[in-house]
Design a protein around this ligand. Structure first.
Ligand code: FES
Length: 209
């Protein structure tokens, strides 16, 4: 991780200590989680780009893949969820609705923090102390708090994020969830760990991972 302070060490510890339980929790929460998919061992070892077939993901579903030892959330947002991302009521509850802090590449500097509004790609590590947030996409299902529009809830200390990974105001987490480099190789293939052609952006320039 890019943080090098004592806090960074603690974050690393919490990520390690809570990761397994949190991933189990994610899968238990919902319907909409696709099984974790692993690229081949040599790709993982090299830390190279990871391809994901978006055709496996129905609207409302999320998959978790691993890239450079980090969980990466890939979300297929429903039309209603995309609409909610622009809802003034939601925006008023967010700490950095415009993503002004550099937590994403320039091509995700927009209201959906991704290349296509329907697909979100996020590093699934809470920016507070490194737990893995749980996926609660549906406002009407069992939800972590009242008046829940859909998003992520971190059970460790109660931080909340929307479905674009934007953090709520008044929670412990200080920043939006990071967005990793990614691009669409074609309509159905998402490549994580690589910028779109002709874009130069260094993931390590992100404020907090
Ligand atoms: S680690 Fe997520 S709220 Fe503390």
């Amino acid at each position: 991780m890019s943080t090098t302070s004592a806090a960074g060490t603690r974050r690393d510890f919490l990520f390690t200590a809570t990761g397994a339980a949190a991933v189990v929790g994610t899968i238990a929460v919902a319907i909409p989680v696709v099984d974790q998919m692993e690229p081949d061992a040599s790709t993982l070892a090299a830390g190279g780009p990871v391809d994901f077939d978006l055709g496996k993901l129905q609207p409302g579903q999320q998959a978790v893949v691993r890239w450079r030892s980090r969980p990466i959330f890939i979300i297929n947002r429903t039309a209603a969820a995309v609409k909610t991302l622009q809802d003034p009521k939601l925006l008023s509850r967010l700490s950095d609705a415009d993503s002004s802090t550099r937590q994403q590449p320039p091509y995700a500097d927009n209201w959906h923090r991704s290349i296509k509004p329907e697909y979100g790609v996020l590093v699934g590590i809470c920016t507070h102390l490194g737990c893995i947030p749980l996926f609660y996409p549906d406002p009407s299902a069992s939800v972590p708090t009242a008046d829940w529009p859909g998003g992520y809830f971190c059970p460790c200390h109660g931080s909340k994020y929307d479905l674009a990974g934007r953090v709520y105001s008044g929670v412990p987490a200080p920043y939006n969830l990071p967005v990793p480099p990614h691009h669409l190789v074609n309509d159905k293939t998402l490549r994580i760990g690589e910028n779109p052609p002709n874009v130069i952006w260094d993931f390590s320039s992100i404020v907090q991972i």
